[in-house]
Design a protein around this ligand. Structure first.
Ligand SMILES: Cc1cc2nc3c(=O)[nH]c(=O)nc-3n(C[C@H](O)[C@H](O)[C@H](O)COP(=O)(O)O)c2cc1C
Length: 197
């Protein structure tokens, strides 16, 4: 039987999962009207190198999930620490999250000669995928993407990191070691995510 959001066990689960530091991505898709649409998602991982597969886990109630199923394609834009504004924009539930044109690179073709999913110009890396398969998992779906093309940024920008409900940045310590430094947290977004997750 499922646990309610207020269940102490559910809180423990969320708090434990929030202890897993993750990168921050924008999953992008062309919506039914041909507009670039994106949502912030940390549940992304590489699956296989041969064939090249990745996965994202999306709430089945979210609009991006429906658009990806309709389009059978999606992109993953891995954000750098300058992507905080984009992450905030794309994490607001229930509002239109069309991506402004000046955030995007011009049309890019993937290896099949088709236009790739929307590509954020400041992304550290962009992974363009065809939807390969879907595995339902609770209220979410695991979407497996077959990689069509990849673009790596040349900038040395550090990644944006999400940890315990806040965005963090990795900074280089004077002794040469990388460490996670606390950036400004964003409790409102965190709470919204808790409701949806
Ligand atoms: C840092 C962060 C990571 C998130 N990761 C995910 C995720 O992996 N999967 C998911 O379904 N929602 C995730 N969310 C919540 C979605 O971004 C949010 O629900 C979004 O508004 C959904 O948009 P849509 O309904 O327009 O598709 C995350 C939110 C934040 C702030």
């Amino acid at each position: 039987m499922g646990k309610s959001v207020s269940d102490p066990g559910a809180k423990l689960f969320r708090d434990a999962m929030a202890s897993f530091a993750s990168g921050v991505n924008v999953v992008s898709v062309w919506d039914g009207d041909g507009r670039p649409y994106g949502m912030t998602a940390s549940a992304f991982t590489s699956v296989s190198v041969d064939p090249q597969l990745v996965l994202v886990c999306l709430n089945r109630g979210c609009r991006t999930y429906r658009e990806i199923r309709a389009e059978s394609a999606f992109g993953v834009n891995i954000l750098g620490q300058q992507g905080r504004e984009i992450a905030d924009h794309c994490a607001r539930p229930g509002v239109d999250k069309t991506l402004p044109a000046d955030w995007l690179r011009g049309p890019t073709l993937n290896e099949s000669g088709n236009e790739s999913a929307p590509h954020l110009r400041d992304a550290l890396a962009f992974v363009d995928c065809a939807l390969d398969s879907e595995i339902p998992a609770g209220g979410h779906a695991i979407l497996v993407g077959s990689v069509r093309s990849i673009r790596l940024a040349e900038s040395g920008q550090a990644p944006l990191v999400y940890f315990r409900g806040g965005y963090r940045r990795i900074s280089e310590h004077p002794d040469g070691r990388l460490r996670a430094a606390t950036a400004q947290t964003h409790p409102q977004i965190h709470d919204q995510r808790k409701v949806q997750a």
